[in-house]
Design a protein around this ligand. Structure first.
Ligand SMILES: Nc1ncnc2c1ncn2[C@@H]1O[C@H](COP(=O)(O)OP(=O)(O)OP(=O)(O)O)[C@@H](O)[C@H]1O
Ligand SMILES: [Mg+2]
Length: 354
């Protein structure tokens, strides 16, 4: 906490300095121009009075001087902006030059499209430091099944998805798609067969069509519409004045949360993923919308493997299997009915959820 306070204080004092210097640059130019102007005016008046120059010369000089100083003043206003922009460009370059975490070797094999199952065997993982966020995890997710990973906040649910997407590699154990160890194979071939929908998905200020196509740049207009139909947002899009060419506004603020989520689902489906990952995809929605979207998701899951991560138990009652995590360990697994019968952690959580 002290570190946070100190950094905040530093940030604050630098922000104040920045503002002060900013204002100084602007004001000092304006003030000196005005001062200079007073001098020119006084001197001009004096010279005209003594008839050393004509009134016409004075007025002409006056207006030229005024115009010139006004423009110079205008240009200097951009100095602070230019400095800020060059700082920002430096930051962007820093990010571009950051090496990726680990490179796949070019002759690593691809991951074939899933046919049997995803298996986690004794998977261990730590983000660094002493604590392990995933401990000895064993999961089997058959192809074509719909499974849920539930558990309290911080239990490692999202981490499981990160490992499957190879955003991180396990520190122990193996994750396989069929017989292929994903760590030994190429990331692009793994991710090609996956799509993920988050709680909050970034929509860009471009047309709905392009927003959906971001999932698969090679998709045709028909592919985009097919995905939107499956996500049950096609009719809404068609009802907009510009249809698929409607620009959605910054972060999609022209649409409701549920509609944005359906666009995100369409974006995932346009990839025709064999494995569909959902991380709290409906958790931020009101109950009715959540249920409606969950029904859509169950439909689009047909023929795919769907892994949904959520703390909302009402969303998972229909799943083929539910895995319950606690502190990175798998503590229970089964269907909703089986887990209720067990009267364990899941049953207790279910009771709490009411
Ligand atoms: N990038 C990270 N670096 C370090 N620790 C992390 C990182 N991401 C998550 N953690 C830690 O790992 C543990 C598991 O986090 P994870 O996000 O998987 O939990 P979760 O079950 O998805 O929780 P929630 O329901 O709140 O989303 C937590 O203790 C968290 O603090
Ligand atoms: Mg999470």
């Amino acid at each position: 906490m002290r570190g946070f306070g100190e950094r905040n204080q530093l940030e604050r004092s630098q922000a104040i300095r920045h503002r002060f210097l900013n204002a100084m640059v602007e004001r000092s130019v304006t003030i000196s121009v005005l001062m200079l102007h007073l001098v020119v005016f006084g001197l001009g008046a004096y010279l005209t009075y003594n008839e050393e120059i004509t009134l016409g010369t004075f007025i002409t000089f006056e207006s030229v001087f005024w115009e010139l100083s006004y423009n110079i003043g205008h240009v200097t206003q951009f100095i602070p902006v230019t400095i800020t922009a060059s700082g920002a460009t430096r930051h962007i370059n820093d990010i571009f030059e950051e090496p990726s975490r680990s490179q796949d070797s070019p002759d690593a094999p691809g991951v074939p499209r899933i046919q049997n199952a995803i298996t986690f065997r004794n998977v261990q993982f730590s983000y660094g430091g002493d604590t392990r966020q995933i401990r000895n995890l064993n999961l089997t997710i058959p192809e074509g099944s719909r499974v849920a990973i539930v558990g309290p906040s911080g239990s490692g649910k999202s981490t499981v998805l990160s490992l499957l997407l190879r955003l991180y590699d396990p520190t122990g154990g193996t994750i396989r798609v069929d017989d292929t160890d994903i760590v030994q194979s190429r990331r692009d071939s793994l991710r090609e067969q996956m799509a993920i929908v988050f709680q909050d998905n970034l929509l860009f200020d471009i047309s709905i069509r392009e927003n959906i196509r971001l999932g698969n740049p090679a998709a045709s207009d028909e592919d985009v519409e097919r995905a939107a139909k499956a996500a049950e947002i096609h009719r809404f899009i068609r009802s907009l004045p510009n249809g698929y060419d409607t620009v959605v506004g910054e972060r999609g603020n022209m649409m409701s949360g549920g509609q944005r989520q359906r666009v995100a689902i369409a974006r995932a489906l346009v990839r025709d993923p064999a494995i569909l990952l959902l991380d709290e995809a409906t958790s931020a929605l009101d109950h009715g919308t959540e249920q409606a979207i969950n029904r859509t998701l169950m439909k689009v899951a047909a023929g795919r493997t769907m892994i949904t991560v959520t703390h909302r138990l009402h969303s998972v009652t229909e799943m083929d299997k539910i895995f319950v995590l606690e502190k990175g360990r798998l503590i229970e697994e089964g269907t909703h009915a089986e887990l209720l019968k067990r009267k364990g952690v899941y049953a207790a959580l279910w009771k709490q959820a009411g």
